[in-house]
Design a protein around this ligand. Structure first.
Ligand code: SER
Length: 337
């Protein structure tokens, strides 16, 4: 049976980028699972597109019976603002859904007698710095600092990371048949991501891509965080490259299961200023939503990604200036004009 790669949340902005890359691999099928039908551009690249929820037991067991899955990219999740509005749903999808995928990976590993590589996108939301008087004095946060999330999404992501580590090493340890390493879990804590193709939905770092897409379509944008809000960001293309790099690194080169990545740390005003360079008539205002502001205020202004750089040679291609000049603006112009 041909080996398959399962991608959940395949129709999101990260799923599209990943499918374009992974579909180039020979001798591997891509199986998509998403509550929405994958779009027509992506459909020809995948072997099967399953419409449904990761919480649906029937779908998960159908996938288990029908395919030989060697890699899972589990992208399906509720983002941070949506999760804050619906914490129970966030728990169901972001944690219980992830648990179902771990169990599927275990079943596949046992059935086919191989390790299942499992990629999990985590987030800067796992950090919580509101306890600090002056957050910018914290500097670049490494993976072990300030893991005290203040959002439901951050809690869900941090707990799922722990589950990934648990399932990789300790799962079933009291059984006679205990065998560690059925799952090879790898996670990246992403900063805010900006894509030229699609807009995210339900996130809180969304103000940056929303500001850009509004300017490109000549619409007024009212930014919900204050102009001095600084957060780390990177473009989707660099995020996709980082996933491909991490997943193709030999396991013995990895000193961690969970890595920070990043590229630049900028303020909301920096975004406005660079967008105005390309769209002179852009109408961008600020009107702070104090609740969403308090969420981003708990996240670090910058992260330390030295471990990713040294273990698997992570190196973002685009800095702030050239991510706009060479990537976002040309792609967005071709879309809107
Ligand atoms: N970008 C995510 C969000 O805003 C956080 O990682 O929800």
């Amino acid at each position: 049976m041909i080996e398959s790669i399962l991608i959940t949340g395949a129709n999101g902005e990260m799923g599209h980028g990943l499918i374009k890359k992974l579909s180039k691999l020979k001798n591997k099928n891509i199986i998509c699972l998403d509550i929405n039908d994958v779009n027509n551009q992506i459909k020809p690249l995948v072997a099967a597109s399953i419409n449904g929820s990761i919480l649906d037991e029937n779908i998960i067991s159908l996938i288990n019976d029908k395919y030989k899955i060697t890699q899972i990219y589990h992208l399906a999740a509720l983002l941070s603002s949506k999760a804050e509005h619906s914490p129970q749903l966030a728990q169901d999808v972001n944690v219980n859904g992830t648990l179902k995928l771990f169990n599927l990976a275990i079943d596949q590993a046992k059935k086919n007698n191989h390790t299942v590589k499992f990629f999990f996108p985590s987030s800067i939301a796992v950090y919580g710095l509101n306890g600090l008087k002056n957050k910018n004095l914290a500097g670049k946060i490494n993976e072990n600092q300030f893991c005290l999330p203040e959002t439901m999404y951050g809690c869900n992501k941090l707990y799922s990371e722990h589950l990934g580590r648990y399932y990789s090493i300790y799962y079933n340890r009291l059984s006679k048949n205990y065998k560690p390493g059925l799952i090879d879990f790898r996670a990246i804590r992403f900063p805010g991501l900006i894509s030229a193709d699609t807009l995210p939905t339900g996130g809180t770092t969304d103000y940056a891509p929303e500001m850009l897409h509004a300017a490109a379509s000549n619409e007024l944008y009212t930014c919900f965080v204050n102009e001095n809000t600084i957060l780390p960001f990177m473009i989707m293309d660099d995020a996709i490259e980082s996933i491909i790099k991490l997943m193709s690194t030999q396991k013995d080169k990895l000193s961690k299961m969970i890595y920070n990545v990043g590229s630049y740390s900028v303020s909301a005003l920096d975004f406005k200023n660079i967008i105005i360079k390309y769209y002179k008539n852009a109408k961008i205002e600020f009107s702070v939503d104090l609740k969403r502001q308090s969420m981003v205020d708990s996240w670090p202004e910058d992260v330390n990604f030295n471990a990713a750089m040294s273990d698997w040679k992570f190196s973002p291609k685009y800095n702030f200036e050239n991510s706009f000049k060479d990537y976002l603006i040309p792609k967005i112009r071709s879309q809107y004009e």
